[in-house]
Structure formats: structure tokens, C-alpha cells
Design a binder for this molecule. Structure first.
Ligand code: SOE
Length: 393
């Protein structure tokens, strides 16, 4: 039974705004939380569109200027679901105004911005004002279970971390130049949008961080039709074309501080893959494998089980003893993508109510930003790259 209420103001109402709204609506109905979230106001520049979003997504009021949202006395938490180029200014202002902040990933568009956000978060934390960055895949029960199995030593010494995040929504060269394809808005392309997720999720699972990386990036389609709207994932075309200024795909490898080798692939050009995340971890005693297209499963190889019954076993991650699942359905029933956001917001509300710091922190978000920047720098420098002799037939 909640013993308090917290007023929430959300900025943005596209895909992430809708996903977070679903979570704000449902968290308190399925988890026993110390705070009730009141969906006080949603903010967007276009009043009519924002009013329609408020009615559809369940927000009580509307603002068209995020500064007005932050200034409201009936709002104690700001949820930032707007494009990456807005994260730093809004989060720093909200924290300075004494508002808790949930900021979508990646934390910022640059390391410099992320550093300023961390400084603001550290100052605010001194006054009990807390912050979190929204790496929601940590809160998929199978991913949380994977972390527990590694922490329990079931895989032994970690040797390999292998991760892919595959999408295909911009394969069509006629897909317009939406804000996610513009560096000044999004910071980077597949690397920061979906590569950030697999960097965070793998570091979360193995309980270790990358010590160094080397990478390649590519922009396959360099010119696109100008969009008719400001959406990040879909738009019509208003005529004319513009340059794509972000990566379409990134490949990178690295070494973790504990010695494990990591390989990562983030692309928006994997035809047929809509939102495919695959993570495999190999250790001295066993392996685990996760595939988001079968997100209620985790595959575990116990290297100590001998060869007669050896091989990967499938764990159906639907039991009450699995992370988060006691709150939902009876054993064997499945959950979906949206539940990871409900878990994220339930954990946030629990931390705020218990006066503990949410995770992942802005510091965690900064570290991911540093990985992304290192990949970009490595790709630009062409480090670790050896040209091969031209093929002469
Ligand atoms: C990209 O298409 C995207 O919307 C990411 O921005 C989200 O973080 C991810 O959850 C789904 O895909």
C-alpha cells in the first residue's frame, strides 16, 4: 500500500512516450510500491497533438513548454522521452529545480553532455534528488536471471561476450531523413540508439565493464528524402533530400577489465530482423544465450554436466521465483516488451520511496557514452585495420 504520491511530468509522446505511459499506468497495479505515480502532465510542442496524446496515454494535463512542466509544484519527477539533443538541457534544469529525473537512453549525444548531466545528478543527489537512465532491457526477466547466474558463478570465468542488436526499418533508401538519422539530433545512429542497449545489457549481465574497444561504422544510404514531420521512426516526405549524418551500422570488439573478449553488432540494415537482440556469454564452466525474439526464455549450457546429457537447456523464465514475475501471471504465462518498462518504473518508484539511488545511474549512462565515443574515434582512426592485398584474378 503506497504511503505517498509522486507527480510525474513526461516530455515526448512518440514510441518511448507511449511505452513509458503504459508503465506509469500499470506499475502500481502489479507491484506493491511505496509511492503512487500520478500522471500529472505530458509535454509536447504541438498543443493539439499533445492533447490527443494525453487523452490516449492517460495524462491529466498538457504543457507545450518543458520549462513550464518543470516549474509546476504538482510535479516531482520529470520523465524525458524526447530526442537525444534535448536530454542534457532538460535533465540539468529539472535536477536543479529539485525534480527527480528518468532519462531515456542513450543518456546524451556526447560525452561532454553526459559529464555535465552526471555533475548535476551528483549535486542533486546531495539533496535527495535522484536520477536514472532508461536501459530497459536490464529489466527483461531473462536478462536479470542471466546476471544472477553469472554472479552465482554458474559460468565460471567469463571468456566471451557476444551481442547483436538487429533492425531493418531504414533499409528502403526512400525512408525519409527522420531525426534519428541526423547527428545534431540523435548524436549517432545505430551505435547510440541500439548499440548502447547491448553495451549496457552485456556489462550488466557479466558484472564487468569494457576496458577498451575498436570498431567500424558504415552509412550505407548517404542521402535520403527530407521528412514531412519530426518523428524519429516514421514520416512522409516533403520533397528534396538531405545527407544522412549518422551510422547505419556499427561493428565493434573489446576487452573487458576481467579479460573477457566482447564482440558487438548494431545495425538498422539486417533485413527481416525487426528488433532482434541476441546475447551469448561463454565462460569456463558454461554458457548462456538470450534471444529477444524469444524473450521469455534463457538458454543455459552447463559445462560440468558431462557429455551424456550435455548441451544447452531452455529455461522458461516464467516462474514466480524469476525476477519480476511474481507480480504478473501464474507460472508458464508470458510477458512482453512493454513489461520491461513497467519493471523499470516500478524499480524507480521503489527506490524513490525508499530513498535509495536508482540504477542504472547517470554515471552508468556516462560510461556507456564513453564506450560509444571510443568506437566512433576508433572507426574514424581506422585503428586495428589492416588492408589486404587487392585480389588479382
Ligand atoms: C529504435 O528503433 C528503438 O526504438 C530504440 O530507440 C529503443 O530504445 C528500443 O527499445 C527499440 O528500438
Amino acid at each position: 500500500m503506497a504511503d505517498g504520491t509522486i507527480g510525474v511530468g513526461m516530455i515526448g509522446y512518440s514510441f518511448m512516450g507511449a511505452a513509458h505511459s503504459q508503465a506509469w499506468r500499470s506499475a502500481g497495479h502489479f507491484f506493491d510500491l511505496p509511492l503512487d505515480a500520478r500522471m500529472t502532465a505530458i509535454c509536447g510542442r504541438d498543443r493539439a497533438a499533445t492533447e490527443a496524446a494525453a487523452a490516449k496515454l492517460g495524462w491529466h494535463d498538457v504543457e507545450t513548454d518543458w520549462r513550464e512542466l518543470i516549474a509546476r509544484d504538482d510535479i516531482q519527477l520529470i520523465d524525458i522521452c524526447s530526442p537525444g539533443d534535448t536530454h542534457a538541457e532538460i535533465a540539468i534544469a529539472a535536477l536543479a529545480a529539485g525534480k527527480h529525473v528518468l532519462c531515456e537512453k542513450p543518456l546524451a549525444n556526447t560525452v561532454a553532455e553526459a559529464e555535465l548531466m552526471v555533475a548535476a545528478a551528483q549535486e542533486a543527489r546531495r539533496h535527495g534528488v535522484r536520477s536514472m537512465v532508461g536501459f530497459n532491457y536490464r529489466r527483461v526477466p531473462a536478462v536479470a536471471l542471466a546476471r544472477k547466474l553469472v554472479a552465482d558463478g554458474r559460468l565460471g570465468e567469463i571468456r566471451h561476450v557476444r551481442a547483436q542488436y538487429l533492425q531493418d526499418w531504414i533499409i528502403d533508401p526512400q525512408f525519409p531523413l527522420v531525426w534519428r538519422l541526423q547527428a545534431e539530433r540523435a548524436g549517432s545512429g545505430a551505435l547510440g540508439d541500439i548499440g548502447a542497449h547491448i553495451v549496457d545489457a552485456t556489462q550488466f549481465i557479466v558484472g564487468d565493464r569494457l576496458a577498451g574497444v575498436s570498431g567500424l561504422t558504415e552509412t550505407f544510404v548517404k542521402e535520403r528524402p527530407l521528412p514531412s514531420s519530426s518523428s524519429g521512426l516514421s514520416a512522409g516526405s516533403r520533397g528534396g533530400t538531405g545527407a544522412v549524418t549518422v551510422d547505419d551500422a556499427a561493428l565493434f570488439f573489446g576487452r573487458f577489465h576481467g579479460g573477457a573478449l566482447g564482440s558487438f553488432e548494431a545495425t538498422r540494415f539486417a533485413g527481416g530482423r525487426k528488433n532482434a537482440i541476441r546475447i551469448e556469454v561463454n565462460g569456463s564452466l558454461g554458457s548462456l544465450a538470450f534471444d529477444f525474439e524469444a524473450m521469455n526464455e534463457l538458454h543455459l549450457y552447463d559445462g560440468t554436466a558431462g557429455t551424456e546429457t550435455g548441451g544447452f537447456t531452455r529455461i522458461l523464465v516464467t516462474e514466480p521465483e524469476h525476477p519480476y514475475l511474481r507480480a504478473w501471471w501464474p507460472a508458464g504465462h508470458l510477458i512482453g516488451y512493454e513489461h520491461s518498462f513497467t519493471h523499470e518504473i516500478a524499480d524507480l518508484l521503489a527506490d524513490l520511496g525508499n530513498h535509495t539511488d536508482p540504477s542504472p545511474s547517470f554515471e552508468d549512462g556516462l560510461q556507456v557514452q564513453q564506450v560509444l565515443a571510443a568506437v566512433v574515434e576508433s572507426a574514424a582512426a581506422g585503428s586495428h585495420w589492416q588492408d589486404l592485398p587487392a585480389v588479382t584474378r
